[in-house]
Design a protein around this ligand. Sequence first.
Ligand SMILES: Nc1ncnc2c1ncn2[C@@H]1O[C@H](COP(=O)(O)OP(=O)(O)OP(=O)(O)O)[C@@H](O)[C@H]1O
Length: 398
Amino acid sequence: MIRFEHVTKRYPDGTTAVDDLSFEVAEGELVTLVGPSGCGKTTTMKMVNRLIEPTEGRIFLDGDDISTLDPVALRRRIGYVIQQVGLFPHKTVLENTATVPHLLGHPRRKARERAAELLELVGLDPAVHGGRYPDQLSGGQRQRVGVARALAADPPVLLMDEPFGAVDPVVRDHLQSEFLRLQQQVRKTVLFVTHDIEEAVRLGDRIAVYGGGSPRGAGGGRIEQFDTPAAVLGAPATPYVADFVGSDRGLKRLSVTPIEPGDLEQPPVLRLDDPSSAATSRLRELDARWAVVLDGDGTLHGWVSADALAQAPDDQPVRDHARRMEAWLPLGASLKQAFSVMLQHDAGWIAVLDGEGAERFRGVLTPSRLHEALRRSIDADARGASRADVALETIPGA
Ligand SMILES: Nc1ncnc2c1ncn2[C@@H]1O[C@H](COP(=O)(O)OP(=O)(O)OP(=O)(O)O)[C@@H](O)[C@H]1O
């Protein structure tokens, strides 16, 4: 979809910002460009929508050499999101989002309908936020409007330059997971610039790690490694990349390793309407101290302790003693999210449900299973095997 062929950019003062770059981004792929300040990420990106012209080499968009295209027509095919969102301060959120469809000739009402859909898509309620002005929004909400506006013309390509750079880490984390969810729906071809390796690893299908011009690197403007997050973390191509991803790359893998069905434990499961007496005998038989409690339709209600049930009158249903469980995640969420939810709820385990809108209970993830999943994923990469095929050796406890 986007192809760089031997692209070099030298500024008039002699700075080589991008040096003989060749790479390709497939349709629907999200590639993150990551590297230290001044390594040429923004220059790379701005050459795609012709805000900057290359000195040498060619860039193709869907097979077209972009130097032969009219820049305005080209930019219509490309959404652009930057850190300083650049919303019109005197226009409401809905008007800001409707600007592009309106410019493209959609009638006003249609443009506004489309804008409202897009706001919902990025997690804003058009009825609540649509009528506000940009300065009545939080930083994170403004970034969401920026993303909605970039999607308004439904361009096949998105360029995003540190779009979440200006918000605090908690909001950034939210925006990243929302953006991942959104990208699964819209499947745009995305070039995403960041200087944050964790963000690059979490969002990218593949990552381009730029050299920083350090003594150990190949210099600015060149890509040192272009590969999947797992490969960049698991097998850094050069000492520079190993340095850049950091010695805690095992920990960084938490954010790229999804919870899989094989990671889960299956505790005893009770239903809300089960009588306490029967439930107690079952837990005794299994020597279990607690059980997961499900609604009649198999969705998660919470949990119940064996002690609470044992003290209940026989005919009382489990419902009267069950506690709600807020610590849950869908399958496919990252191990990092799992760890964070465990800490947030001070929970010894979290419930894992089906993803994709279904809430069916699939099992629980415990700290030791989480640790195992992480070790398996690191080993699997080192051996080029799948996670399920890795047998772990463990140092025995004292
Ligand atoms: N207009 C310009 N004239 C001269 N040099 C420039 C110009 N714009 C950028 N540069 C230089 O080109 C190099 C690459 O800049 P670029 O903005 O692409 O880096 P970056 O990786 O996006 O950095 P950051 O993360 O700080 O935004 C830097 O050394 C920068 O100083």
